[in-house]
Ligand binder design. Structure first.
Ligand code: HEM
Length: 504
């Protein structure tokens, strides 16, 4: 057939416009001034540079490439902020452009398609649910109403430690304290220890270990490697690796628990029980009934997941790190014990009303948050809009990691950053409430942790009572040099090994 330019015009036009579009896009891309960073390999980008402890690998990289670093995680562009100034730029100046979350595979499934607060992308649904939670879970009135439960549970932990003559597994004690406080309902000693079968009492050996296994698996899946998150075209490989099946199994195990809890709360007989105080699930069900906000059962399950995952092991990890540091620094331990014992006197226990007077304990806690932030990379964010930081371009849909471990070790802010020294906070105005970007263990901006107030109360009350009630020693035959300070991988960073101490 003879060549006819007219005939091929319909074919040529789209091709020409596509070429023009690609050319323009290339030129536009070329003009982007991305932050410096490591050389990315084809396909994997810089994934091979990240070890199991991502905050550590990224800290090491930032020392070479600077406090604002660009890298590719597989196909996904990412930016890491490792200084107070760059964190401020993202979490304050450009907070509105940067306050979404990436739609990761495990986040999606375990939050019922982002019907939660922690993992949901920025939008009306997140805003509405966060508002409901702030009123129903985190308001001063609600937090105060659970004061007796916090005290009883701390007393129970102190009693359990006092009854042990050998070295105590403090990590286990703290984990169980935090989950009891999170999950206990009403005044009666009935726990849904992380959603154990309804109405049953929690017995450490049986249900507890099953639940622990399920939750450990959930944590592992949050950190797990899904091809879809780094190479969206290769998502089908997650079926071959078995990750999809693992995720589904975990989802169904959790879902069954959540459903049991919700059904129990709907049971009129159970609701009428005399000594039952209204809890978060009652509050959410009431809102659902009144139709005041879009709260479905799936939203309630999403919030339950948030409470169990974000709420309990962050507090226990913070206390564990503090006790380990105090054992390594006996003079700090002595000073803290002198403070708490002189403030509380012979009362027998520390109460929440005493906490405001424990100023040195607060300095210790800030120092622990600086050296051992329990959520060192915060929860990953994703930029919504293009923004410019320090003269560099950060395009929309970039994954954003804020490395609070690196900020805590920044020698331009902190003298002798590697040293554990709570004295640096004596007389200092720096606080962790999201205004001082040198210290942001709870994040900052629109996505700041709404559980900060209650988290701090639990940590301070438990620590103060541990210091008031016992003198602590290391197990026989060990010295402070033997205390293992290695970290276990996870969104929340715990100690790698359990902390065993002798309480006298
Ligand atoms: C010492 C204890 C705690 C620490 C260190 C901690 C830390 C954090 C961090 C770093 C974030 C991410 C902030 C960001 O992305 O900028 C966060 C978010 C969150 N935390 Fe906490 N947290 C603690 C206790 C709690 C408690 C007790 C609860 C609830 C019972 C809770 C519920 C949440 C929720 C719902 C979010 C998501 C906020 C959002 O994305 O809008 N946290 N937390």
């Amino acid at each position: 057939m003879a060549y006819s330019p007219i005939l091929s015009l319909p074919l040529l036009l789209p091709l020409l416009s596509l070429s023009l579009y690609l050319l323009l896009r290339r030129n536009k891309k070329k003009k982007l001034n991305l932050p410096p960073g490591p050389t990315n390999l084809p396909i994997v980008g810089s994934l091979h540079r990240l070890g199991l402890l991502q905050h550590r690998s990224l800290f090491a990289l930032s020392q070479k490439h600077g406090p604002l670093m660009h890298l590719k995680l597989g196909n996904i562009p990412a930016v890491v902020a490792s200084s107070a100034d760059t964190a401020r730029a993202f979490l304050k100046t450009h907070d509105l452009d940067c306050c979404s979350r990436p739609l990761l595979t495990s986040f999606d499934r375990l939050s019922y398609g982002f019907k939660d607060v922690v993992l949901a992308p920025f939008g009306e649904q997140w805003r509405e649910l966060r508002k409901v939670c702030i009123i129903e879970l985190f308001s001063t009135k609600k937090v105060l109403s659970f004061r007796p439960i916090r005290q009883e549970e701390v007393d129970r932990m102190v009693g359990s430690i006092a009854s042990q003559t050998d070295a105590v597994n403090l990590s286990e004690e703290l984990m169980s304290l935090a989950s009891h406080i999170t999950c206990r309902q009403g005044k009666q000693p009935t726990y849904i220890y992380i959603l154990t079968a309804i109405g049953k009492r929690y017995h450490a050996a049986g249900e507890g270990s099953r639940v622990k296994r399920i939750l450990a698996e959930t944590q592992a899946l949050f950190m797990g490697f899904f091809f879809e998150d780094y190479f969206p075209m290769l998502g089908w490989l997650d079926r071959l690796t078995g990750m999809r099946a693992r995720l589904e199994r975990n989802f169904f195990e959790l879902d069954r628990f959540y459903q049991e809890v919700i059904d129990q709360h709907r049971d009129p007989a159970w609701r009428r029980e005399e000594d039952r105080a209204e809890d978060a699930i009652d509050a959410l069900l009431n809102i659902q009934k009144r139709g005041e906000a879009n709260v479905t059962d799936e939203h309630i399950k999403g919030v339950l997941m948030n409470i169990f995952i974000a709420g309990s092991d962050t507090s226990s990890a913070s206390i564990e790190w503090t006790m380990a540091e105090l054992m390594r620094h006996p003079s700090v331990m002595r000073k803290a014990q002198n403070e708490v014992r002189s403030v509380v006197g012979k009362k027998g226990k520390v109460e929440e009303s005493d906490l405001d007077r424990l100023q040195y304990l607060k300095c210790i806690l800030k120092e622990v948050f600086r050296v051992h932030p329990t959520v060192p990379l915060l929860v990953p964010r994703e930029t919504i809009q293009h923004c410019r930081v320090d003269g560099y371009d950060v395009p929309a849909k970039t994954r954003l990691l804020i490395n609070t471990l690196a900020i805590g070790r920044d020698a331009s802010i902190w003298k002798r950053p590697e040293e554990f020294d709570p004295e640096r906070f004596v007389g200092s105005d720096i606080d962790f409430k999201g205004h001082d970007f040198e210290l942001i263990p709870f994040g900052a901006g629109r996505r700041i942790c709404p559980g900060m107030g209650v988290g701090i109360l639990v940590v301070e009350l438990a620590l103060a009572n541990l210091l008031y009630s016992f003198n602590w020693e290391l197990p026989k035959g060990t010295t402070k040099a033997d205390i293992d300070m290695n970290e276990a991988p996870g969104v929340t960073v715990h100690r790698k090994s359990h902390l065993y101490l002798v309480a006298k």
